[in-house]
Design a protein around this ligand. Structure first.
Ligand code: HEC
Length: 133
């Protein structure tokens, strides 16, 4: 799995280096950029700005805008690692068209633990919190 993930990250890095002239070295030494690359997988359900089938990252950050960064680091790492259920049900009922999916109550974020190690989760959270500013 680790090998596959590395290959995926490298593939993304390779694509990016063509379009944005970023080298692999540049990505490697920039933790936020690395976190962003790792977060590609999240875009199945989350966009930065738009509502897909889950709240956008900006929406999530808005909800917790008064929560200290250290608390959010732990909270988000936990959500990524172990998944999340129930926290956004009411929000989703208002903002997500039920026709898109069967039942809002049944919606949850599956654990992403199988796809990332702790260090990678830390980098993703770093990137996510960088969108706060
Ligand atoms: C299969 C869809 C899916 C994927 C993939 C996914 N999420 Fe989520 N995410 C959700 C849903 C649905 C919720 C709302 C869960 C709830 O109501 O508690 C959520 C909630 C969250 C929250 C809010 C947790 C809180 O404390 O309120 C964060 C942060 C988050 N996701 C980050 C991520 C990141 C980062 C990734 C990629 C590593 C990711 N998600 C991948 C569906 C997904």
């Amino acid at each position: 799995m680790k090998k596959i993930l590395t290959a995926v990250v490298l593939a993304i890095a390779a694509t990016t280096s063509v379009s944005n002239a970023l080298t692999r070295e540049e990505i490697e030494k920039d933790p936020i950029l690395k976190g962003k690359m790792l977060a590609k997988r999240c875009s199945w359900c989350h966009d930065i700005n738009r509502t897909l089938i889950a709240p956008s990252f900006k929406e999530i950050l808005k909800r917790y805008k008064d929560v200290p960064e250290e608390t959010l680091k732990k909270q988000f790492a936990d959500a990524i690692k172990n998944g999340s259920k129930g926290k956004w049900t009411n929000w989703m009922k208002e903002h997500i068209k039920a026709r898109k999916i069967g039942s809002i109550e049944a919606m949850y974020m599956p654990p992403q633990r199988p796809y990332y190690n702790d260090k990678e989760i830390e980098l993703i959270v770093k990137w996510l919190l960088s969108l706060r500013k």
